[in-house]
Design a protein around this ligand. Structure first.
Ligand code: ADP
Length: 189
């Protein structure tokens, strides 16, 4: 068992499911005794990155700040869970460099699906021209080329997506597996 902090980085379009999955994963990890902190893009922008806009430069600064905080947490045995659109490959590569145990989770859903969900009503506003530089509409989203995990939220339900992440963490020994049936029987039993 590695017994380390690590950074779980959820990236994907707005409405793809980053917040939902990250909250479910955080609950499960806390129930298993981990110390967990969620850095959610929407929340971070009201504190750590207040005043930043949505140009590439400001988005990169935002992602870099989140990556820095995640590295501070994870090097102190806290699980840092990041849920941020983080649309650019180069800035994701940069935060990967900053974090020793970095697990990128691509929360995948098509623009059409996210727009149909329109959880926060933002796509309608963006289409109406009320939110400029909206990711997927008039600002790019660069899909991860080699993420550790892909959660396809058009094919999986929420529980399946959460379980996929937990399973990965167990298999790679970031966390202990809880399933008794997976343990080898004792020879002396
Ligand atoms: P994001 O944080 O990426 O902007 P949210 O988590 O706020 O997205 O919203 C995602 C929406 O998609 C929620 O309404 C959620 O119920 C729905 N959804 C459907 N399937 C899934 C899944 N497998 N994982 C996460 N969310 C899903």
């Amino acid at each position: 068992m590695k017994n380390l902090g690590f950074t779980l980085w959820f990236t994907g379009l707005s409405g793809a499911g980053k917040t939902t999955i990250s909250q479910g994963v955080a609950l499960e990890l806390k129930a298993r005794g981990s110390r967990v902190e969620i850095l959610d893009g929407d929340v971070v922008r009201t504190h750590l990155s207040q005043g930043l806009g949505f140009s590439k430069q400001d988005r990169d600064t935002n992602v870099c700040r989140i990556g820095f905080v995640a590295s501070l947490l994870s090097r102190n045995q806290v699980v840092a869970i990041v849920a941020a659109i983080s649309p650019f490959r180069d800035s994701r590569a940069q935060v990967r460099q900053m974090n020793d145990n970095f697990i990128e989770v691509y929360v995948k859903a098509s623009l059409e699906a996210c727009e149909q969900r329109d959880v926060k009503g933002l796509y309608a506003l963006a289409r109406a021209g009320k939110i400029p530089e909206f990711t997927g509409i008039d600002s790019p989203y660069e899909e991860p080329l080699n993420p550790e995990i892909v959660c396809n939220t058009q094919q999986e339900n929420i529980t399946e997506s959460i379980n996929k992440v937990i399973k990965y963490l167990e298999t790679r020994e970031y966390i202990r597996a809880t399933s008794v049936s997976s343990e080898k029987p004792s020879l002396t039993a």
